[in-house]
Design a protein around this ligand. Sequence first.
Ligand SMILES: Nc1nc2c(ncn2[C@@H]2O[C@H](COP(=O)(O)OP(=O)(O)OP(=O)(O)O)[C@@H](O)[C@H]2O)c(=O)[nH]1
Ligand SMILES: [Mg+2]
Ligand SMILES: [Zn+2]
Length: 316
Amino acid sequence: MHHYGTVVCSTPGHYRVRADGGGDYWCALRPELRRTAERDRIHGVDSVVVGDRVSFTVLGAPPGGGAPGAGRIEGVEARRSRIGRRREDGRDRSRARPREQVLVANADLLVVVVAAASPRLKPGVIDRLCLLGRSGGVEPLICVNKVDLADPARLDRELLPFRQAGYAVHLVSAATGAGLQALAAALRGRLSALVGPSGVGKTSLANRLVPDLAAQTGAVNVKTGKGRHTTSASLLYELPGGGWLADTPGLRAIGSVSDPAGPGLGGHFPELEALAYGCRFRDCSHTHEPGCAVKAALEEGQLDPQVYRRYVRLGK
Ligand SMILES: Nc1nc2c(ncn2[C@@H]2O[C@H](COP(=O)(O)OP(=O)(O)OP(=O)(O)O)[C@@H](O)[C@H]2O)c(=O)[nH]1
Ligand SMILES: [Mg+2]
Ligand SMILES: [Zn+2]
């Protein structure tokens, strides 16, 4: 008999599946799937990741006390969305590592987590993460943590362009609890992934939003040499009010946006994109082409130079 569930933790060859009716199972892949998985790895995609919906058979029932049972994954459903990034280390041509790393499958929301300070807020990071979400079919939500360390007036100024582009922006502090009720309400009933640079407080936020977090997966965070806890694998938790929350490892590099002039922008820079209709070339990159309406507007002071600078930096 087949059961259905969601992958809550993925390690090479072993997947922890939360059954739809409750109960966890550590699963291996059915041999045919394992072969596909190996082939996929060669062809550059991760096979089964956190958030994937799977069918599985039970090999051993959970022994009780919350400990997982054992099972075997029989099938993986097509993904509704993906949060993935290309590995751009061009020198590493070894075919053993996937070219694309999918962090979370089937997410509804990509929570762009950045810090108001420590590490310093960089609008370019927000840009890249928003576009990462959009390119994988996941709605971005911007979450600025550590507001206890920053001047609120300055933050409001820095975040205004993102609000104007239509993004929900949450100012929160995992340390003081500020803003967390509103954030929890926005996440309710959906599968959300906390994504952002290392040290911005993703795990601290997950701890606040999921009261029994450690109990759910037996926390596998490791301490670095610097004594800091860093997250090494994506983990998926159930939210108390319904819905799911994924904590992911800090992204060191998000990668450039391959085609900033292409359809991928889809409203991320509304004023710039509106101007682009006036460019002579449809695929104008707004950097060097003749007849560029964006550059013309910039020179005439009709376009915010900050917005233009953010746009140009995306392609780098
Ligand atoms: N002042 C302040 N410090 C915070 C806040 N949230 C987290 N921190 C601190 O920031 C540091 C990093 O927090 P983590 O939650 O481990 O960050 P992370 O984003 O999960 O980092 P990685 O797992 O490496 O990606 C810790 O020392 C936290 O105590 C906050 O709201 N305010
Ligand atoms: Mg973490
Ligand atoms: Zn142009």
